[in-house]
Design a binder for this molecule. Structure first.
Ligand code: SF4
Length: 213
């Protein structure tokens, strides 16, 4: 099957399964989503959503984060994996946003990835969800689902992103990210995918070669 057709059929089915798909991290501003996404690396979204209400109450603006004592940021996020490094990046990132972007989170990929601790995945999540731009963010779930479906054979997230962007129309990139993340979390689990419950198994290379033999 043509890859574009396969991707379309999978996304149509997942949209029906998850009609209210939305970002898993709670936020109200680009700054909040940026900080929450930085915290979510190698941590669950649930654990991040637990600490961000207190974080965003204590530090209300980019200036608050930039002038904060590092230990004060650390104390709020200390339940999150690698919190020391993440707190350091949050502070450094805020300082750079003030120094180089007029105190506003940049709304471009180049601007975002120039910030300390911000990689392409985080940047695309912020662009797609806080700035309503078309952006494909490849996390571990998106990568696994894409590989199993046969939409990418690559392991490097940047190459997976390029493969997905080449077969999925731009206007669907942000929603496709949310749908693949949800599908990866709820059905296409890393160790034991629930293939018997999967609504897109007929399009899945992994299902054909592993599950149905
Ligand atoms: S059939 Fe199984 S491996 Fe394939 S996408 Fe569905 S859950 Fe994942």
């Amino acid at each position: 099957m043509d890859m574009g057709v396969k991707a379309k059929k999978c996304l149509d089915a997942l949209e029906k399964e998850f009609p209210s798909a939305r970002p898993a991290l709670d936020f109200t501003t680009p700054l909040e989503l940026l900080m929450a996404t930085m915290l979510s690396a190698q941590a669950t979204d649930k654990s991040v959503n637990k600490v961000t209400p207190r974080l965003f109450t204590r530090f209300k603006s980019v200036k608050d984060f930039a002038k904060a004592e590092l230990k004060d940021i650390e104390s709020v996020v200390s339940s999150i994996n690698f919190y020391r490094n993440k707190a350091k990046n949050i502070k450094a990132c805020s300082e750079k946003i003030i120094a180089e972007f007029g105190g506003k989170v940049p709304a471009t990929l180049e601007g975002l990835v120039s910030l300390p601790g911000v990689g392409r995945k985080t940047a695309n999540i912020v662009l797609g969800n806080a700035f309503s731009k078309d952006a494909f963010a490849v996390d571990t779930h998106v990568k696994r689902v894409s590989q199993r479906l046969g939409l990418s054979t690559h392991d490097d997230p940047d190459k997976v992103e390029a493969d997905l962007c080449s077969v999925i129309p731009k206007k669907r990139w942000t929603k496709a990210t949310q749908l693949f993340m949800l599908h990866g979390r709820q059905t296409c689990a890393a160790k034991k995918p629930h293939c018997a419950l999967c609504r897109i198994s007929r399009y899945c290379g992994y299902f054909k070669t592993v599950c149905s033999t």
